[in-house]
Design a protein around this ligand. Structure first.
Ligand SMILES: NC(=O)c1ccc[n+]([C@@H]2O[C@H](COP(=O)([O-])OP(=O)(O)OC[C@H]3O[C@@H](n4cnc5c(N)ncnc54)[C@H](OP(=O)(O)O)[C@@H]3O)[C@@H](O)[C@H]2O)c1
Length: 300
């Protein structure tokens, strides 16, 4: 009998994500086992427990998926998985906490593609404000935009200090420069977007972070991208299906949550497939997700 494909799902939260369980099954994993409430210092022992039992052939049919809700902790856990493996017992491992890595990758890739279609230029030198920038999606979208050469500001309702703290911690962890911006009230949000070319709306589901009136203050806006699929729209006038559609009353192009979600879905699916199909073990974080999202878009 062929050995089954097994995915061990490590999560620091109380539950693993049903979304990720479905995605893993649809990619071909046959046995999916969640390990919840896991601390960073528990990762090495679990990883070694997972790799040694199946022999060098079996490791190709064994994978680890790191979930949870914390974008920085997931990166640490993935790194701990990698460091705990002993050759030749090396299995593929992927992190995507709360979908943040694949979602942020899809969002930034969609923005980049819209910019390139409109002007031929990418994110290099652009000013980017991430509303809801302290959440897992917002932080990683900020990191990816900064890695692509943008000047990035993570915004928080809790004010400038809290935003700066999140920006510093995230930037330090991933080796990029991020800034904080206050989103404490309408005046602060409007000031933050006044001179901004790109807005990434990454706040909690079902919250409108920019009204039509707010958008009137964004005089240089080129792209407004919204990741919230739950009504009302995160950015007024950006429909969930929009993919580069002009936003009424502005000169910006809008990208909506389902346009991003489609690329996110394909990105996560293909990364999981790669874990199963690749001849060599894969280590998949948000950089690989971003490369995959670009591939998905390039393939049309
Ligand atoms: N389309 C897709 O494929 C897809 C996939 C995954 C996630 N998502 C969406 O992506 C978004 C971000 O996900 P996430 O997990 O990073 O979100 P999250 O952690 O729930 O929220 C992100 C940030 O939003 C801010 N926030 C919370 N409540 C708010 C409110 N009432 N008004 C304004 N800001 C508020 C908070 O920052 P401060 O308190 O610091 O301001 C929080 O850190 C969500 O809308 C989620 O549904 C979409």
């Amino acid at each position: 009998m062929e050995r089954p494909y097994i995915l061990h799902m490590f999560s620091p939260t109380r539950q693993a994500s049903p979304f990720d369980v479905n995605m893993a099954a649809d990619a071909g994993y046959q046995i999916i086992v969640p390990y919840c409430d896991l601390a960073l210092d528990g990762v090495a022992a679990l990883t070694q427990d997972a790799i040694f039992s199946r022999g060098p052939k079996g490791v190709a049919r064994t994978g680890i998926f790191v979930g949870g809700r914390d974008a920085l902790l997931a990166a640490d856990m993935l790194e701990r998985c990698r460091a705990s493996m002993v050759k030749p017992f090396v299995v593929s491992a992927m992190a995507d906490p709360s979908g943040a890595y694949t979602t942020a990758a899809a969002m930034v890739a969609c923005v980049e593609a819209a910019l390139k279609r409109a002007s031929g230029a990418g994110l290099q030198g652009k000013r980017v404000v991430v509303l809801g920038g302290t959440g897992p999606v917002g932080r990683i979208a900020g990191v990816l935009a900064a890695q692509a050469g943008a000047e990035v500001f993570l915004s928080s309702r809790a004010g400038a200090d809290a935003a700066e703290q999140a920006a510093q911690a995230t930037g330090r962890r991933f080796g990029v420069t991020l800034h904080g911006a206050s989103g404490a009230d309408r005046a602060a949000v409007r000031a933050s977007i006044a001179d901004t070319e790109i807005v990434l709306a990454c706040a909690a589901a079902g919250v409108q972070v920019l009204s039509a009136e707010d958008l009137g203050h964004a005089n240089r806006l080129a792209v407004a991208a919204d990741i919230n699929a739950v009504p009302p729209e995160g950015i007024a006038g950006v429909g969930v299906m929009d993919d580069g559609k002009p936003v009424a009353g502005t000169q910006a192009l809008g990208i909506g949550a389902l346009a991003v979600g489609n690329v996110k879905y394909q990105t996560q699916h293909r990364l999981l497939l790669r874990m199963i199909q690749a001849e060599k073990p894969q280590l998949l974080s948000f950089a690989e997700a971003f490369a995959m999202a670009r591939e998905v878009l390039a393939a049309g």
